[in-house]
Write a protein that binds this ligand. Structure first.
Ligand code: RIB
Length: 290
């Protein structure tokens, strides 16, 4: 089978991962246990997930003029993601995410930096690449205006769009109509409010280790997830989206694609860091067969 061609228009961050026994309370200073800088960003994570799973992936995004810019771009290249669509913006930092990881949960604060400069002009510059895709993935860590603009370009040219509406946001009707798939988690789904039947058909709602659900003819259908030993859930949703996109681009049904994506997401949480534990296609296939 030829490799599906996927373009990700989205964020590229450096994740500052601090580990602690618990998150500090308001006004409290707490001693942490470990610190690492790990490439992340929902866009870059989803690009890496799709590349590891065998897609031909291009990234469209932006980095700043700080030392992180090269590290983040080189990381994508090493993962086999084409970076010609990643522009370098001067006078601004690359995106960073401050992540506090404890046994109970993870908390993420994102400063978009250069991600905020992913604009309509960049979409126009990269239109040829976008329109040569089997599927385009976006998230909401770049300006909403750009997401709406790119989704319309895709819709007008019959290119399917998978929008992972993260972080949570109320979405304009125009965007709900132009996207092919919408993949919120439960919290992001709540932020989307009531949706008409035509939009419900596009929804795939992720529910952590419980799996994910989708809707057909007004009925909710669940695809069960997996219980594994969790080290870090950061990037589990991104792995799910990258995997889902690859399978949908191959022409799999929603149910088949979700089953594969659930397994990929389960494998990803067994290692520290968003991208570190993202599996290959062979690893997912093996996991599903055991
Ligand atoms: O989804 C996880 C990602 O969210 C992290 O890599 C961080 O960069 C934030 O964008």
């Amino acid at each position: 089978m030829t490799k599906p061609v996927i373009t990700v228009i989205g964020s590229i961050n450096m994740d500052m991962v601090t580990e602690a026994e618990r998150a500090p309370d308001q006004g409290e200073t707490l001693m942490g246990t470990a610190f690492q800088m790990i490439p992340g960003g929902k866009g870059a994570n989803q690009a890496v997930a799709a590349a590891r799973l065998g897609a031909r992936v291009s990234m469209i995004g932006a980095v700043g003029d700080d030392p992180f810019a090269d590290v983040l771009t080189e990381n994508l290249k090493r993962e086999g993601v084409a970076t010609a669509g990643v522009k370098r913006v001067s006078g601004v930092s690359s995106g960073v995410a401050s992540i506090v990881l404890s046994e109970q949960d993870n908390r993420i604060l994102v400063v978009p930096g250069a991600n905020g400069r992913v604009d309509r002009a960049l979409v126009d510059e990269e239109a040829e690449r976008i329109l040569a895709s089997d599927l385009v993935i976006m998230q909401l860590e770049i300006p909403l205006d750009t997401v709406i603009y790119a989704a319309k370009l895709c819709k007008d040219n019959n290119i399917p769009v998978l929008l992972n509406p993260a972080p949570a946001h109320v979405l304009p009707d125009e965007l709900l109509e132009t996207c092919t798939w919408l993949t919120p988690n439960e919290m992001e789904r709540k932020a989307m409010g009531d949706l008409p039947q035509a939009v419900l058909q596009k929804l795939i709602v992720t529910e952590g280790k419980a799996g994910a659900c989708f809707f057909r003819n007004g009925m909710e259908k669940k695809v069960a997830g997996h219980t594994v030993d969790v080290v870090d859930t950061t990037g589990a949703g991104d792995t799910f989206n990258g995997a889902l996109a690859v399978e949908l681009a191959k022409g799999r049904t929603a149910e088949e694609a979700i089953r594969f994506a659930n397994a990929a997401a389960a494998l990803s949480v067994t290692k520290l860091g968003a991208q570190t534990g993202m599996p290959t296609e062979a690893q997912v296939t093996r996991f599903l067969s055991t």
